[in-house]
Design a protein around this ligand. Structure first.
Ligand code: SF4
Length: 215
């Protein structure tokens, strides 16, 4: 693709955001949760794992340990047994327990509402923090997962490989109030149309705006 002037790219990104908003009006998090603590725990568990799998293990996990205090006091082995169907379950059990303890010790058992505080918690990187900020607190953020990365590169919005750099680049292209919605809709579009192996370009609502289109 020829180098695109930044203003032109911003305009194209905004048009893509508008089209995706029409295609996917709802951007609810597919992870089952009843409060911010459960959303945080479920998001930590979702690393390298489908939301459906996470939704299968969390009801029992949250029934047994409904608060950060109770989860922090749970034996690691008991948490492992409840989440063992998920990949990386040992590391995730350790992170969950430690994160719950940090919530109790430093935040009065509440989930904090800033990137800085969230990313200091065990198991929480910028992707998880942006999910929490956007959905629990309405604070805009770009969530860069595998779908967001693949689609923003295919769409020619970035050439970066690293999620943090992609996040910054997308933030520079779009107004702040688009960040959360845009990245979540890229994720939805990646799951439903722009598959990793065979993207369904014919059915794609933004195929006239995509330099990687293959019809
Ligand atoms: S046109 Fe094809 S490659 Fe481009 S975003 Fe749509 S499905 Fe993905």
């Amino acid at each position: 693709m020829k180098r695109e002037a930044i203003e032109k790219k911003k305009k194209r990104a905004l048009t893509i955001a508008g089209r995706l908003a029409e295609a996917y009006p709802q951007i609810r998090v597919p992870l089952r949760h009843r409060n911010n603590f459960e959303l945080l725990a479920a998001t930590i568990l979702s690393a390298q794992c489908t939301d459906e799998m996470v939704n299968r293990v969390t009801p029992e996990l949250f029934r047994r340990y409904p608060t950060p205090d109770e989860l922090a006091k749970a034996p690691t082995g008991a948490i492992e047994r409840l989440i063992r169907r998920l990949g990386l379950f040992r590391a995730k059990a350790r992170s969950l327990k430690q994160c719950a303890g940090e919530l109790v010790e430093h935040h009065g058992g509440e989930v904090p509402a800033s990137m800085e505080e969230l990313t200091r918690l065990a198991g929480v990187g910028r992707k998880t923090a942006n999910v929490i900020l956007g959905h629990a607190f309405g604070i805009p953020g770009v969530v860069v997962d595998t779908h967001c990365k693949r689609l923003s590169r295919r769409l020619g919005l970035t050439k970066q490989e690293e999620p943090n750099k992609i996040e910054r680049e997308l933030m520079g292209l779009l107004p702040r109030d688009e960040w959360t919605g845009f990245s979540h809709r890229l994720i939805l579009h990646g799951r439903r149309i722009c598959y990793a192996r065979k993207p369904d370009c014919k059915a794609c609502a933004i195929n006239d705006l995509c330099p990687s289109v293959a019809l």
